[in-house]
Structure formats: structure tokens, C-alpha cells
Design a protein around this ligand. Structure first.
Ligand SMILES: Nc1ncnc2c1ncn2[C@@H]1O[C@H](COP(=O)(O)OP(=O)(O)OP(=O)(O)O)[C@@H](O)[C@H]1O
Ligand SMILES: [Mg+2]
Length: 728
């Protein structure tokens, strides 16, 4: 079907032009099927469960545009990852010429984001959508259309519950909502569609042929029985990647550990450098960009820059967001030829990977040892190869070490059907959090109404209601006992906890910590330790060699602990946990003592992105602690907000006024402090003097001056006024 035919479906010409400008002339079969089955009549919901790269996004775009034009209101586009959000943002921005405003929001949770009132299309993660709804901003009732991307992630143990509750909530708020759920192929797509009362579209069709195969002993055997000889190597993944580059393609290698991705990229770079294949001059410039993301590059930044110089790169959650963006963009421009990534890059993104290699099909789990990955996850990774925008075919390869393993991989992955997906809402912490939110928003005032709401979730659809009822009873009792609920409605404490977007259990820990601190000596250590006890803060992993350090610190700080440590003898597991809390606390202490990042990365075995994510969470928890302290009228709380600033920036107390200046972080603040000691002194200094401080430079010095004012600034303003006057 030609794109022009959209006109017959009531799409305005201008919108059709925009789609054509994207280079789309003819619809893919699943897109056509959705149109023929009435997608744009806006009368029913749709679930599209079709292979990777088959153009699901465009189906979402068409629905959103038609819906906004015909029915008004707002559209939400829900994605699992920030990076994917950015890609969808670019796609949807194209429609702004229709007079529609597009926003991307992923950050701060304690807000109803009133600014979004002015936008028509809002792209957001499921967590952010959930938190927005909890604040009940007036615009939420205007949401008339929702696209939920990668909905099979309902199956994800840690994030799935939020996704399904968010969808159920939105359907509950607006009975007239049009919902489009986009999914990978899953075993029980029909069940998902029935849950959502939706038309289901499934297909095996893929726009670009994806040749799936298995490598064994120097040969790829494809599922269609063809084969391809590769140079035999004891490092097959690398040989496979290089082979594609030699054929003028790019490759993407999925590796399970961050370390693994790094050492792979280092090896790939060594092979590519000096080979004449890569554009060394341009790559050098990109490497420089990577080195300048942080004021002082860390070891890992240098490592990444070095691999980039050699035309390869690694990509994992330990990198700075900005560095990930640089890497993705250089890969899309065909400058980086080989990219090694952890599986986080598997969801939805469009990359020019002609060949994807999945190096391991098992993952190490500390409880179960090696576990095989689900078919669905492997297919997601393989599906990054052969994307229509970039390639006319793709190759997706698993690696076998023996004939038996080859047969195993063929039967269990390449030829296997993906699994069914199951709700993960029954996990107690999820149910607790979402139960409180349901009361706090006034959607329930008793177990019956609560049950009514949860029966609309996928969990409610998959389970018998008596199982759910027993669970909910228990949770309501707990929440009432702990002061979150009273006579069927949420107390102030309950409401704020829900809005702060933290687990009620964490809210109790924070409240408890403040209570105890009113009577006991406390220090930064005390509060930092308290937040490490919450489920939101990912504690640092305790290695054997950390024991002594943690036991010693726990002993030394015993008087300042707001929570008594568990006994090493009667509760050895609890004690282990406690020691990793202490390790995490020590990390934060070093962080606010301004130990440099390289030191922290080595001592605590972290990557820069790990520091960033923990600091963000700690900042959030300290903010929550402050809010709860005020709510209960505690008086001794002065230090919490100060500590929050120190954690946010990783600084000592004396630098607090310095980091308030835009563009100044922990490293530059220290340099400024060493020279000027006070803000007053900076005000008195000339731009030249400020610029002479290490890492400041002229441009930043001017901005500092403009922000702080001071003599020179006044001179400039008077001059400006004069010139405006003469201009008259
Ligand atoms: N009708 C079309 N003609 C040409 N290209 C198209 C068409 N529809 C979509 N595309 C392009 O195909 C690519 C893949 O589309 P999209 O990202 O929507 O796939 P997807 O089905 O969401 O895949 P995944 O399951 O991996 O997320 C995009 O680059 C998109 O621009
Ligand atoms: Mg997609």
C-alpha cells in the first residue's frame, strides 16, 4: 500500500508529506494490516506483536497524529529506556510543523510537571509516567491516546509491574483512551490483546532479511543451511566482527559483562588501527570529545577514547550518558566499525549493525550459577542487525564450541518460539507500592475497590481473584499499621510517600532514621548509612578483601549508627548485608570528601556511570528524608539538606556556595576555592584572574562573572545600556 493512500484513511496531506519526507513510500505489511483493521478509525485498541525492525514505531506515529487531529487531547509515548526515548523524540519532532508540540521527559520524580500542559505529545519512561500520574496534574485527564512500546517488558521482574500498572491506570482515568501496545513476538500475544480488549496483529514478516546462524570452528552455518567460512580463531566473536568490517559492514557484539565489552573493544581497536579501513583523523577528534566529557578524565574515559581512536568502542551502563551518546552517534556515522555492548542496548534502537554477534547465551546469576537467557531476550539482541534504514540484509550469530552446542543453540534459540510473558506484579514490594499509590490517588477506599482496580491489570487478568485478594488484604493491613492508610484513605505520610515515588518500606526507614537521630548523636555517616538500607539504593557488592575495611569502619562508627547492626552469629546473612551497607556508606563518605574519581573507581570497583546513578538515587532519598522530617515536624534536620547538596556534587561543606554557580562541579569548585576562598573574592576578581585558574578558562570565567556580578559586570551592563541608547 502506498503512503498516499493514507489520505483515504482521513490523514491530512501535510502529515502524509511528513511521513514521505522520512523516506517512507510504501507501507510494510503489518502497518498495512493495522490500517486496514481500523487503526485510524480510533474505535479500538491494538496490540502489534511482530518481529524486530518491522516498523512498529510508524504505526504509533500515525495513531498519535490522527488521534490528536480528530479527538484532541494529549498523547503519551511510553518507552523503557531514556536512549530509546531520545530516538522516538526525533521521530515525533518531525510532526511539529502540524502545530503539535513534542516533549521528552524522564527525570525528577516528585513533580506533576505542569510545564507539560503546553505539549501535545509526551515521550516518557514507564517510571516517569507512573510518577506523573501520581501527582495527578490537571492535564493527565486529557491524555486521549497512549502508545506503549516494548510492552513485553511487563515480564521484567524489576520494572514490569510499573509498566502494567501505568497502562491500567491510564485506561482507568480515561475510559475513551486509545491504546496501542507494541511488542516483540511473544508466546501469548493473544492473552495480552485480550487483557487490553484489543485487536491483535501478529506476523513473521521482517522488512530486511535477517540471516540467523551459528558459528562453529571457522564456519557460520545459517538456518537456511547456507554457510560462510570465517578465519578460524580462538576468539570467534572478534573474528566474526572483523570479517564484517572487511566486507565493508559494521558489527555489534553483545557481551554479558562490562569488563568483557571493554577488553573486547580494546582488542578490536588493536586490529583495526593502522589497517587503512578506519578514518583515523576523525576518530581522533571524537576521542578528544570523549576525554572532555568530565573535567578530569578517568581511566575508563581514557580507555574508551583509546578504543575509539582505533575505530571500535564499548557501551555499557557504567559510561556517562554523554559518552554513550557520542559513541552511538559515531557508530551511526560508520566511523566506529565494531561496537561491543552489554544487553541494555538490545531494546528497540536502530543501529547500522550488519552483523550482530551474541557472544554468550548464558548469564551468571549469584543465586543460580549460569542461567540460559530467554529466547525473547536473545531475539531482541539479534534483531538489532539488518535495520531497514541502514542495511539490505543482516546477520545474527550465536557462537558454539561443539557440535552438541550448535544443535542446542539451533533448537533452543534460532528455531525456538519465544516464551509467554507473565505479570510480575505479585512481587510484594511492587504490590505494596502500587497499592499505596491507588489509595493515595483516591482510586480506592477499601479492599473491594482496590481489587477492582488490580483486576484490570495483566496480573488480575492472568490470576484468579482469590489469590490477589489474600495478598491485597495483607498489604492493606501492613500499610494501615504503619500509618500510611487510615480508614480507607491515605494519610499525609501515605500521600507524600506515593508522590516521592519510594517504596513505603523505604519511607519507614527514612522516618525511623530521623526519629532516632533526634535523641542520638548523628553525623553524615549516620544518614548516609540510613539511606543505604532502602531498596532503591543499589548497594555496592562486597568482595572478600572489603571485609576488614567494613568491619573496622562499622566498629569505629558504632555510636553513630542509627540502626543497630545484626548479629554476626545469629544472622550471618543480615550481617553480610550490613557490611555492604557500610561499604556503600564509605563510598559516599569518600565521595563527599572529594576523593578523585579514579581513586573511587579503583577502591570500590565501579565505573563512572555507577557513581552517577548512585549519587542520583542518594540525592533523591535525602530529599525524601527531608520532606518526611518536615512532615512529622522533627526539629533536628538542618544537616540533611546540606548533606544532600554535598552528595549531589560530591563536595566538602566549604564548597557549597561554589557549586551553586552554573557550570561548576566538584573539581572546578575546589580549584576556585583554592584560589579565592569566598564568593566575595571571586566577585572582586577580574575575568582574567578567574580564567587563569586551572580548568576554568576564558569562556567559563565570563559566565561566572555574569552570574555573580561584581565590578566588571557592572561596567559591561552600563556599556550595554549606552549602546542601546545610542541605537535609538
Ligand atoms: N514503510 C516503511 N518503509 C521504509 N522504512 C520503514 C517503514 N516503516 C518503518 N521503516 C523504518 O524501519 C526501521 C525500523 O522501524 P522501527 O524502529 O519502528 O522497528 P520496530 O518494529 O519498532 O523494531 P524493534 O522491535 O526492534 O523495536 C526504522 O528505521 C524506520 O524508519
Ligand atoms: Mg521498536
Amino acid at each position: 500500500m502506498k503512503v498516499e493512500e493514507l489520505y483515504n484513511y482521513g490523514m491530512p496531506e501535510k502529515a502524509i508529506e511528513i511521513i514521505k519526507k522520512k523516506g517512507i513510500n510504501e507501507f510494510f505489511p503489518p502497518q498495512e494490516e493495522a490500517l486496514r483493521k481500523g487503526l485510524l478509525n480510533l474505535e479500538k485498541n491494538f496490540v502489534i506483536a511482530v518481529p524486530t525492525a518491522s516498523g512498529k514505531t510508524l504505526i504509533g506515529e500515525m495513531l498519535i497524529i490522527k488521534n490528536l487531529i480528530d479527538r484532541g487531547g494529549k498523547a503519551l509515548y511510553i518507552v523503557p529506556l531514556k536512549a530509546l526515548g531520545a530516538e522516538k523524540f526525533d521521530e515525533l519532532k518531525a510532526y511539529e510543523t502540524l502545530g503539535l508540540k513534542v516533549a521528552l521527559t524522564t527525570g525528577d520524580y516528585d513533580t506533576g510537571a505542569r510545564w507539560l500542559e503546553g505539549y501535545d505529545i509526551i515521550i516518557t519512561t514507564s517510571e516517569k509516567a507512573d510518577s506523573l500520574i501520581r501527582h495527578r496534574p490537571s492535564w493527565i485527564s486529557k491524555v486521549s491516546c497512549v502508545v506503549a512500546d516494548e510492552i513485553h517488558l511487563i515480564n521484567d521482574a524489576s520494572r514490569g509491574a510499573t509498566l502494567e500498572v501505568t497502562i491500567a491506570r491510564l485506561l482507568h482515568i480515561n475510559k475513551n483512551l486509545r491504546l496501542l501496545a507494541l511488542s516483540a513476538t511473544v508466546g501469548n500475544a493473544r492473552e495480552v490483546a485480550d487483557w487490553l480488549d484489543a485487536e491483535l496483529i501478529t506476523s513473521d514478516w521482517r522488512p530486511v532479511e535477517l540471516k540467523e546462524g551459528i558459528y562453529l570452528d571457522g564456519k557460520i552455518i545459517f538456518s537456511n543451511s547456507s554457510s560462510l567460512e570465517i578465519e578460524n580463531s580462538d576468539e570467534p566473536a572478534l573474528a566474526l566482527a572483523l570479517d564484517t568490517v572487511n566486507r565493508e559492514g559494521q558489527s555489534l557484539v553483545f557481551i554479558n559483562t562490562r569488563r568483557g565489552t571493554e577488553s573486547f573493544a580494546v582488542k578490536a581497536a588493536k586490529k583495526l588501527k593502522g589497517s587503512g579501513i578506519i578514518e583515523e583523523k576523525l576518530l581522533k577528534e571524537i576521542a578528544q570529545e570523549i576525554l572532555h566529557v568530565l573535567p578530569e578524565p578517568t581511566k575508563i574515559c581514557r580507555k574508551l577514547a583509546k578504543t575509539v581512536e582505533g575505530g571500535s568502542a564499548f557501551h555499557h551502563a557504567g559510561l556517562e550518558t554523554e559518552q554513550k551518546k557520542i559513541v552511538e552517534s559515531a557508530y551511526k556515522k560508520n566511523l566506529i566499525k565494531i561496537l561491543s555492548a552489554t544487553p541494555t542496548l538490545a531494546a528497540g534502537v536502530n543501529l547500522p549493525a550488519r552483523r550482530v554477534v551474541v557472544r554468550e547465551y548464558r548469564r551468571y546469576d549469584s543465586n543460580y550459577g549460569y542461567v540460559e537467557l530467554p529466547v525473547m531476550e536473545i531475539k531482541q539482541m539479534l534483531g538489532r542487525a539488518g535495520r531497514p534504514k541502514y542495511d539490505s540484509f543482516g546477520e545474527a550469530i550465536l557462537i558454539a564450541r561443539s557440535d552438541e552446542e550448535k544443535d542446542f543453540l539451533l533448537d533452543n534459540y534460532i528455531l525456538a518460539e519465544p516464551e509467554n510473558i507473565y505479570s510480575k506484579l505479585a512481587i510484594e514490594s511492587s504490590l505494596r507500592t502500587h497499592t499505596l499509590a491507588t489509595f493515595a490517588m483516591g482510586y480506592a477506599s477499601n479492599t473491594e475497590e482496590l481489587l477492582d482496580f488490580f483486576s484490570k491489570t495483566f496480573f488480575g487478568y492472568q490470576q484468579e481473584s482469590y489469590a490477589l485478594e489474600a495478598l491485597l488484604d495483607k498489604i492493606v493491613k501492613f500499610l494501615t499499621e504503619k500509618g500510611f492508610l487510615e480508614n480507607g484513605s491515605a494519610t499525609e505520610f501515605g500521600k507524600r510517600t506515593s508522590e516521592l515515588y519510594i517504596d513505603p518500606m523505604s519511607a519507614l526507614i527514612l522516618k525511623n532514621a530521623i526519629e532516632v537521630s533526634q535523641e542520638k548523636p548523628s553525623s553524615e555517616f549516620s544518614f548516609l548509612h540510613a539511606i543505604t538500607k532502602t531498596s532503591e539504593l543499589n548497594k555496592l557488592y562486597l568482595r572478600k578483601k572489603d571485609y576488614d575495611m567494613c568491619i573496622a569502619a562499622a566498629g569505629e562508627m558504632e555510636d553513630f549508627l542509627l540502626f543497630p547492626p545484626p548479629s554476626q552469629y545469629s544472622d550471618p546473612w543480615g550481617y553480610e548485608d550490613f557490611l555492604s551497607e557500610i561499604k556503600t556508606t564509605l563510598f559516599f563518605m569518600d565521595w563527599i570528601k572529594e576523593r578523585n574519581e579514579d581513586f573511587l573507581l579503583t577502591k570500590y570497583n565501579l565505573a563512572p556511570g555507577d557513581i552517577r546513578s548512585r549519587v542520583e538515587t542518594a540525592d533523591w532519598l535525602l530529599y525524601s528524608m527531608d520532606v518526611i522530617a518536615r512532615l512529622f515536624g522533627f526539629t533536628k534536620i538542618g544537616e540533611i539538606s546540606e548533606l544532600r547538596l554535598r552528595v549531589k556534587h560530591g563536595i566538602g561543606e566549604e564548597l557549597i556556595p561554589f557549586v551553586r554557580i552554573k557550570g561548576i562541579g566538584r573539581v572546578r569548585a575546589r580549584k576556585l576555592y583554592n584560589r579565592f576562598k569566598t564568593i566575595e573574592e571571586i566577585k572582586k576578581a577580574s575575568i582574567k584572574e578567574i580564567a587563569s585558574v586551572v580548568l576554568i578558562g576564558n569562556k567559563l570565567a565570563q559566565s561566572i562573572k555574569a552570574q555573580l556580578g561584581g565590578e566588571e559586570e557592572e561596567v559591561k551592563i552600563t556599556k550595554m545600556k549606552q549602546s542601546t541608547l545610542t541605537g535609538f
